[in-house]
Design a binder for this molecule. Structure first.
Ligand SMILES: Cc1ncc(COP(=O)(O)O)c(C=O)c1O
Length: 467
């Protein structure tokens, strides 16, 4: 497909500027461009067709099933978009006077209040722009807490080996030494390994519960107690909050500080990398260390982003919360767990779950034995799903499961969709024994088959340059 610049035809236009209603001013020649701005020239219809063709090449939640584990790609109700598009929200200037932003402040205050209630926290900031950015902010809070008490010997953060890669990366970026602890055979925290890692040099523990294999750690109260007992704090990676929101609160599990991916759990599914909001909540004793924003009192505190963060993501989150209400929020979580267990049980007849027990909102398949038997890898299965109109699950994560496929169906999928997905998995399972080559070469119907993924990630070409 040609780029929009390559489609450009001199003289094609679709802009009709209104008549100038202010006196014309001659600009100083030093301010004028020396050459024309090389913008593509197209008619309205050409632009419309271009973007429609582009959007047909993308698989989004509105195109089909998108069980991308750990990403909570659920349907985003239209009303959330409508609210975020209201001119009073969408066009507000970050430097607008206080009087003109009362409504926006109220959105931030009410959203913070609801999210504190859901998480069991006492303070909240919306500054961080993503989950990883939230982790960074939260761990800096922990660092600042120890520092404020003159406790400077706490140099380590404990992270289980099932953690999302952003957890150890965050701890390292905040200047901590990362202590990795192995998971127990049941996929949860190994209490003995945790006890062995704890000591006066531990600043805290980073954990998600349910964890990245979709299991709720039943020892959570003991885990947070042990960390507190040695003087450390507990950080909750709330990326998996969709499984427990309104049912159980991280604050009650013993966590001191958390981030949520508003762009997963509370609308704005995070396809395409953003925009996001990694809201950070904390218990009262950490509140003073929260970043300040232009909309908050408290000069001189940490600031991790300009103004109030990605405000429109908060508008969507608040709309989502108000639409679901006190009963709807836990119901969504319960249905997310129900859907995951339903799909896991339907697929279990062919592919093997890594941990064969009741899961939370997602589950992981272990295809290592299947690969030995058929030569077909998790990647081959994922690519073959594309041909069948389904977005592949998350692959090769978490690292503790080899040949992993991680599925998170979310609560917004119907039973029919889950049945169809299970039938596709069954079909692929059989195909792997019958015609593995067809799977090694999949996808056959997609625009892009098997790109060099390392090159695409490390040296992406994101800019068009005129020859
Ligand atoms: C468990 C977990 N933690 C943290 C993150 C990081 O969130 P973000 O991608 O918004 O930076 C993710 C993202 O997928 C995640 O799944």
């Amino acid at each position: 497909m040609k780029l929009i610049f390559e489609k450009s035809m001199a003289g094609h236009r679709c802009t009709l500027l209104p008549a100038c209603d202010v006196p014309e001013v001659e600009l100083d020649s030093a301010l004028l461009r020396e050459s024309e701005l090389p913008l593509p020239e197209l008619s309205e219809q050409e632009i419309s067709r271009h973007y429609t063709q582009l959007c047909r090449r993308v698989h989004g939640v509105n195109c089909g099933f998108y069980p991308l584990g750990s990403c909570t790609m659920k349907y985003n109700p239209r009303i959330d978009e409508e609210m975020a598009a209201l001119p009073g929200f969408a066009s507000v200037h970050p430097l607008a006077p206080e009087k003109a932003t009362e409504g926006c402040r109220e959105v931030l205050d009410v959203a913070a209040q609801y999210l504190c209630e859901i998480t069991g926290m006492d303070g909240m900031t919306f500054q961080p722009a993503a989950g990883a950015h939230g982790e960074f902010t939260g761990v800096l809070l922990i660092k600042q807490y120890h520092r404020s008490r003159g406790d400077l010997g706490r140099t380590k953060i404990i992270v289980p080996d099932s953690a999302h890669g952003t957890n150890p990366a965050t701890a390292a970026m905040c200047g901590f030494e990362v202590v990795n602890i192995a998971s127990a055979p049941d996929g949860c925290v190994d209490l003995e390994a945790l006890k062995a890692a704890l000591g006066p040099d531990v600043a805290g523990l980073m954990l998600t519960n349910p964890n990245t294999v979709g299991l709720f750690d039943e020892n959570i109260l003991e885990i947070t107690r042990l960390v507190h007992e040695c003087g450390g704090l507990c950080y909750y990676d709330g990326a998996n909050l969709n499984a427990v929101m309104g049912v159980v609160r991280p604050g009650d599990m013993g966590f001191d500080c958390i981030h949520m991916n508003l762009h997963k759990t509370f609308a704005t599914p995070h396809g395409g990398g953003g925009p996001g909001a990694g809201a950070v909540g904390c218990k009262a004793f950490l509140k003073d260390f929260l970043p300040r924003s232009a909309l908050m009192e408290g000069e001189g505190r940490l600031q991790v982003r300009s103004f109030a963060g990605n405000f429109l993501v908060v508008v969507r989150a608040l709309t989502y919360l108000l639409t679901l209400g006190r009963e709807g929020v836990p119901e969504a979580a319960i249905n997310a767990v129900l859907n995951a267990n339903y799909l896991m049980r339907k697929i279990r007849g062919s592919f093997t779950p890594a941990f064969d027990r009741t899961c939370m909102h997602e589950f992981v398949l272990d295809l290592s034995a299947f690969k030995k038997e058929t030569g077909v890898s998790a990647l081959d299965v994922a690519k073959s799903l594309i041909d069948r109109g389904m977005h592949p699950p998350t692959m090769y994560f978490p690292l503790i499961v080899h040949e992993a496929l991680m599925l998170e169906p979310t609560e917004t999928e119907s039973r029919e969709t889950l049945d169809e997905a299970a039938a596709i998995f069954r079909e692929l399972y059989d195909l792997a024994f019958r015609d593995p080559e067809q799977m090694h070469t999949a996808p056959h119907n997609a625009q892009i088959g098997r790109p060099d993924e390392v090159k695409a990630a490390r040296s992406p070409i994101l800019r068009w340059t005129k020859e």
